[in-house]
Structure formats: structure tokens, C-alpha cells
Design a protein around this ligand. Structure first.
Ligand code: PLP
Length: 317
């Protein structure tokens, strides 16, 4: 990747030492893990001489915003299929409009067929469309986080530290799969813990394992993968009783460190990390800030204007 993101020391965290990898500061379109993934997709799009992109996601999707932004920058036509059930206006959806993306809102059970229809229509009209799965899911997205894992290894050497734990928000599971693949390939003894923001077990973990297998190929050591894949789903229902706790987490992290989290992804992951570490002391802990800064600002919008999204739309598929 063109840019290496910093790892910032946040000092003592309840008897452990906390660092944060600031993927949110990748210098394109408010950063985040989707900005890291999109650079690899762009390479594919250019190599295959495509001139248009079709993807899908909710109105609050960071992925769709980043894809729409890069398409706008490169002069590629961009079509976003958005499930009606989760297509509320957010700062992300407003930016997608600004970037000139064609946003097609359909009931969630029509998403699959609408993608097919749109790809066919574009081909009929003489375009060469490129399809990106929601969230940048797939081997290319996984590769982005295998690379990120390599970056973390380099930075550990520079910092003279070994991270016993790595925490992050796990959604489609691609970021998670990439980090676990990196861990397996390097044979590192540490805990890579994904905090689920939408899916429950066993499905959530199974999807991560499937992505790992798909990336590593047929002779993947799936016993190692099973052992290394920790998928915590206690926060997947963040909009029930736990919402207030996520809000408090976002507030505290902003006040204490000056770092914005959001209610959908990073706030849940940070809370999940905090509770996971309840009985753990004296470890080196890395939190990967996966981005979503526009969603931070959605928190401050007037309630009548905006209702926080409850999922990212993946669970309805
Ligand atoms: C998409 C997203 C995630 C989840 O990443 P996956 O690779 O889909 O699991 C986490 N955090 C933020 C801010 C995201 O936008």
C-alpha cells in the first residue's frame, strides 16, 4: 500500500498498555479499512480496463462512500444498490450523491437481482462494469489486511513491542480474515479478536473462516485457522440495551484521547475490547481504528432528522 498508518501509544489501559493503529487517517476519503481495500480494487479495475463499478451497501456504508469517491476522482461510472430498509440519509449517503453515484434503492430481497440487471444493462450500453461485493468483501479485501498485518509486524520491530492482543470491528469479516491469514502465515502466537458489529455466531465466525480458506487456498491449515479465529458477538445487538454503553464509550474516547469513534463499528469494538480485557493485566494491546469518521458526525444530528442505523444491511441478506 502507498501509505503506512501510524501506531499511536495511548499509555496505560486498565493495567494493560494500549496502542492504536490509525487506519482512519489513511489520506483518502476520510480513511478507514475501506480506503485501504479500495486501493487494491482500483488496481484490478485499471488492469481489467473497466470503466464503471457496481457495488452495494446501506446508506451509512463507508465502503460505498469510498468507492463512490474514487470513481468520481477517476471518472468511472458508479452504481450503488442500496436496500430500502437501511437507506436512511447520513453524511456518507450525502457524499455518495455529491460524488455523482447512481443510487438505486430497492427492497432488500431485490438487491441480488438488481445487481445482475444493472451489470447487464451497463454491458448492453457498452460499458465494462466491475463488481465489488458489499464492504469490499472477497480475496482482494482480505489481501489488504494481510498487508496491514505485515505493516503491524514492521512497526512492532520499530517500536520494540509485541502485541499480545489485536482488537477491531468485524463486519463482513474480510478485515478479520486478512489479519488471521497474516497471523497464520507468520506463525505468531497472539490473540486476534474481532468484535462483531452485526452477525451472530456461529454464522459470523463461519464467514470469517470461509474467507480465510478462500484466500489461503485448498491446502490452508484450517485447524490453525479455527484456533486463531476469535469472533466475539456480544455487541452485535448494539441498538438494544447496549446502545447507551456504546455512546459512553465514544464520548469517553473522544474526551480522553481526542479520537473520534462511531456508533456502528469502532465504538462497539472499543467497548468489546474494554470488556474482553476485564480480567487481563500487563499485556500489550493494539486496537485497529477501522475508520468511519463521517458516522461520528451523524451522532450529533438532531434526532428527528436522523435515526441511527441498526445494522449495516448485511444481516438482512
Ligand atoms: C466496514 C467496516 C468495518 C468492518 O470491516 P469488514 O472487513 O467488513 O469486517 C469495521 N469498521 C469500519 C469503520 C467499517 O467501515
Amino acid at each position: 500500500m502507498k501509505y503506512k498508518t501510524i501506531i499511536q501509544s495511548l499509555g496505560d489501559f486498565k493495567g494493560n498498555r494500549l496502542w492504536m493503529k490509525r487506519e482512519d487517517l489513511i489520506p483518502f476519503s476520510f480513511g478507514g479499512n475501506k480506503a485501504r481495500k479500495v486501493q487494491l480494487f482500483l488496481r484490478e479495475i485499471e488492469q481489467s480496463a473497466c470503466d464503471s463499478v457496481v457495488t452495494y451497501g446501506s446508506g451509512s456504508s463507508n465502503h460505498c462512500r469510498v468507492v463512490a469517491n474514487i470513481c468520481c476522482q477517476r471518472g468511472l461510472k458508479c452504481c450503488v444498490i442500496s436496500p430500502k430498509e437501511v437507506s436512511k440519509k447520513t453524511f456518507n449517503s450525502r457524499m455518495m450523491e455529491l460524488f455523482g453515484a447512481e443510487i438505486i434503492t430497492v427492497p432488500v430481497d431485490r438487491v441480488h437481482d438488481t445487481i445482475e440487471e444493472k451489470l447487464n444493462e451497463l454491458s448492453r450500453d457498452g460499458y465494462h462494469p466491475y463488481f465489488i461485493e458489499g464492504g469490499g468483501h472477497g480475496n482482494i479485501g482480505t489481501e489488504a489486511y494481510v498487508q496491514c498485518y505485515g505493516e503491524i509486524k514492521e512497526q512492532e520491530k520499530e517500536l520494540g513491542v509485541f502485541f499480545d492482543y489485536i482488537f477491531f470491528a468485524s463486519g463482513t469479516g474480510t478485515t478479520h480474515a486478512g489479519l488471521v491469514c497474516g497471523q497464520i502465515m507468520n506463525g505468531d502466537e497472539r490473540k486476534v479478536v474481532g468484535i462483531s458489529i452485526a452477525r451472530k455466531n456461529p454464522r459470523g465466525r463461519d464467514v470469517v473462516l470461509k474467507s480465510i480458506k478462500s484466500y489461503l487456498g485448498e491446502d490452508a491449515d484450517m485447524d490453525a485457522a479455527e484456533g486463531a479465529t476469535i469472533f466475539v458477538d456480544d455487541y452485535a445487538n448494539g441498538y438494544g440495551k447496549r446502545e447507551r454503553k456504546v455512546e459512553e464509550t465514544v464520548e469517553n474516547v473522544l474526551k480522553q484521547y481526542g479520537i473520534p469513534l462511531d456508533m456502528t463499528y469502532t465504538g462497539k469494538a472499543f467497548l468489546g475490547m474494554d470488556e474482553y480485557l476485564a480480567e487481563i493485566r500487563n499485556k500489550n494491546v493494539l486496537f485497529i481504528h477501522t475508520g468511519g469518521t463521517p458516522l461520528f458526525f451523524d451522532i450529533f444530528r438532531e434526532e428527528e432528522e436522523y435515526e441511527h442505523p441498526d445494522t449495516c444491511g448485511w444481516n438482512q441478506k
